[in-house]
Design a protein around this ligand. Sequence first.
Ligand code: SF4
Length: 385
Amino acid sequence: MKVASHPETRPSRVSRRPQQLGTSRRGWEQALEEMGIARYRAGQIMKWIYHRDVLDFESMTDLRKDLRSRLSRNFEARTLRIGHEAISRDGTRKWLFHLDESNSVESVYIPDPPRGTLCVSSQVGCALNCSFCATARQGFNRNLDTAEIVGQLHAARARLLDAPPSTPAISNVVFMGMGEPLLNFENVVNALEIMLDDCAFGLAAKRVTLSTAGVVPGIRKLKERCPVSLAVSLHAPDDDLRDELVPLNRTYPIGELLEACREYLRGLPRERITFEYAMLDRINDSPVHARLLARRLRGIPAKVNLIPFNSFDGSGYRRSRVESVEAFRNILLAEGLMTITRRTRGADIDAACGQLAGRVLPRSRRMRKLRAADGSTPPGHVPGP
Ligand code: SF4
C-alpha cells in the first residue's frame, strides 16, 4: 500500500469563504489582520461562537457595527445537520451528520459519569482497509474539512442541552470514528487547536485522544504540532497477523510503529500510549499472542484496551469468548501492563464505528454517487470475507 498516494491531498470541499467553525485562533488573527482589524478581536469573536453559541455576527453586540457587517460578508456560518439520531438504553447516543447530498459521518456520545466522551470522525469512509472494520466496507470518499470535524462537537454539545440533567457534559473527545485522522492531518490539527483553545472548547490536551492505525510520519508530525493523547490500533503482536488485519502494517511494520511511539512519549513523562486491541475469536486472542504482545510493549508506558469485537453482517469474525479475554488480560496484567477490557456500549443502536452509516447509506449507492461525481473508484474497499 502506498500511503503517499492517499487522498490527503484531495481537497475536502470547494468553499468560497472561510467558515466560522473551522477557523482556529491563528486563522482568525491572520484573517483579521488582512482586513485591517486588530488581532485581539480573534478571542472575542471565538468566545461568541463557542462560549455563547452565537453564530450570527450581527448579534455580537460588543463588536462595532461596520466590523460585524464585514465579518458577515467574509465568513460563512455553517453548522452540521443531524440526519439521524439513535439513543441506546445505556445512554449512548449516535448521530449521523449529513455533510452534503452524498456524504454522511457518524459521531458517538458515551456517558460515563462524571465523564462524557464524544467519538468523532475525520474522513467519510476510510481507505486503510482493516479487515475487521465496518467503515472499511464503505470505501473512502473524502476528507472532512476542519469545520466539519469541529461541527460534530459543536452540534453534539447543542443536542445534549435537551438531554436529562444527569447526562454528563462532553469532557473528552476521541478521534476514533470513521477514517484515519493522520491522513487528514492539517484539518485534524486545526480542529485539535480549536478544541484545546480556551476561547473555544477549552479541553485539556490529555482529554483529547487521537487514534491512529499507525501512520508513522503522522505520529512524528503530531508530536511537533499538537501532542494530544495518542492511541494506536494495534490488534496483533506480530507482523504476519497485523499485515492481514491492518494492511497499513505492510508500510509501517510494528517495530517502526513502536519506535515512533517511544519517540512520541519522549519529554512527556506523565503520558502513556493506549494500544487498542480488538479481541477476535481464535485469530489474535490466544495466550501466545498475549505473551508476545507484552514482550513487544515492554519499556513503553502503555495502557492496553481490550475491545470486545462488535460483529456486523459479513464481517467474517466473531467476538472472543469471555474466558479467552479474561485469560489474555491476566497474562498482560501479570507482565505489569495496565489493561482494561472495554465495556460494550450502545450495542442496541449499532454503535460500532461505521455500522450506522453503512445501514443508512448503503455502499452501492455511495459508489454510484461517487463515480457519477468524479469518475473514480474509492481507493479503499474490502473484498468479501
Ligand atoms: S479500523 Fe480505523 S483505520 Fe482501519 S479501516 Fe477502520 S476506520 Fe480505517
